[in-house]
Design a protein around this ligand. Structure first.
Ligand SMILES: Nc1ncnc2c1ncn2[C@@H]1O[C@H](COP(=O)(O)OP(=O)(O)O)[C@@H](O)[C@H]1O
Ligand SMILES: [Mg+2]
Length: 362
């Protein structure tokens, strides 16, 4: 330790060498480090942890303690549930980080390790299927770089103001929707930096008047990085679904995605294999273009249940482009059936009663 008297700023600088377990960025820039106070060689640090968890992950604790011990400092760590917003985002409303959204029973994130695997298609169809079976559903498009909700749900309505900074979601196909696409002109370039993205997602979560929801489905941006961590810090996620295609490359990505959610202590509800078999538009024949058993292999490698296999079916793309999720456009088709089954499984997992079913709660 140099002769400098330790200060909170110095401690923060030291903590810039500590990464959040499993993430490439340091705990300070990620906004994990909250208040720091120093008394002599004793340092107290409050941490803002993802998922509203109150215990500090042991790996993180060890790293912080040893980073400071190397400079002769003793660290005491506590988690700051409901601490103030990170300085990088605008001052937030009253909702605490990692907190539950008032009136929202469950929050499920739909994620994928890479783009183009059909994550948004799954998120929109799942939201519609959950609504079809009788749940009150919200859909938050957190993919601010490539918002596809307006096209896939077939609406570019602007959200109505609700007083102050607040706004109403756009109701479409029985689902309450919010997307960056509602706030952009076609010509606006979408260039957001990390902290701005965090601020936007925070506003979508907290400033939107969601009302009572059985489930809020979040379409996450692809990848296993900051956006996922940021979201996990801002709202209590009840679980994550991982969308994948059945190729080998996807397998590695899926395992990475599952590992990330485990790090964040967010339950992985399961894997959804999209474009798993090809359905010939002419004759309806089913062809296993990626070979047999890819789904089981993925699920085993991910150590998570394979919840659904959705075929590569041209109608899914065509109807999606027209703003009519297949679940609604072709309710009798096999993909729609698969989505409804998935919706029932998830409703049971989050403990939402389906009206008219024996398990329904009052
Ligand atoms: N099961 C499927 N069958 C046919 N086309 C699909 C299927 N799933 C997705 N698509 C199409 O693939 C493209 C990428 O899907 P999208 O949901 O935008 O992916 P992501 O959100 O992962 O980037 C879209 O044109 C979509 O309509
Ligand atoms: Mg997408």
């Amino acid at each position: 330790m140099s002769d400098d008297k330790p200060t909170p700023d110095l401690v923060r600088d030291l903590l810039r060498q500590v990464h959040y377990p499993g993430f490439p960025r340091d705990v300070v820039s990620l906004g994990v480090v909250g208040e720091v106070s120093v008394e002599g060689k004793e340092v107290s640090i409050s941490l803002r942890l993802p998922g509203g968890r109150t215990d500090v992950p042991p790996v993180l604790e060890k790293e912080i303690v040893s980073a400071l011990a190397a400079h002769g400092l003793r660290a005491r760590l506590a988690s700051a549930v409901g601490a103030a917003a990170p300085a990088t985002t605008r001052p937030g409303p009253a909702v605490a980080e990692g907190a539950e959204l008032p009136g929202v029973h469950a929050v499920i994130a739909v994620s994928s390790a890479k783009g183009g695997v059909g994550k948004s298609t799954v998120a929109t169809n799942l939201a519609c299927a959950l609504s079809t079976i009788g749940l009150k559903v919200g859909l938050l498009d957190a993919d601010v770089y490539g918002p596809s909700l307006p096209i896939m749900m077939g609406t570019d309505a602007r959200p109505h103001a609700a007083g102050g900074n607040r706004f109403h979601p756009v109701e479409r196909h029985g689902v309450r929707c919010v997307s960056m696409g509602f706030f952009l002109d076609d010509s606006s370039p979408v260039i957001w930096r990390g902290p701005m993205v965090a601020g936007l997602v925070r506003q979508f979560l907290n400033d939107c008047v969601w009302g009572e929801l059985d489930v809020l489905v979040i379409d996450l941006p692809p990848g296993t990085g900051d956006a996922q961590l940021t979201l996990a810090q801002q709202v209590k996620l009840d679980g994550a679904l991982i969308v994948t295609t059945p190729q080998d490359v996807a397998l590695r990505d899926v395992v990475r995605g599952v590992a990330m959610f485990r790090q964040l202590q967010i339950p992985v509800l399961g894997v959804i294999e999209n474009m798993s078999v090809f359905v010939c538009p002419e004759c309806g024949d089913v062809e296993e273009i990626f070979g047999r058993g890819a789904g089981e292999t993925i699920a085993r490698a991910a150590d998570a249940p394979l919840l659904a296999q959705i075929p590569l079916d041209v109608r899914i793309r065509e109807e999606g482009d027209r703003g009519r999720p297949i679940v609604l456009a072709e309710p009798g088709a096999q993909p729609a059936q698969t989505y409804r089954e998935l919706a029932h499984v998830l409703a049971a997992r989050i403990g939402a009663g389906v009206p008219g079913s024996p398990a329904a709660h009052a």
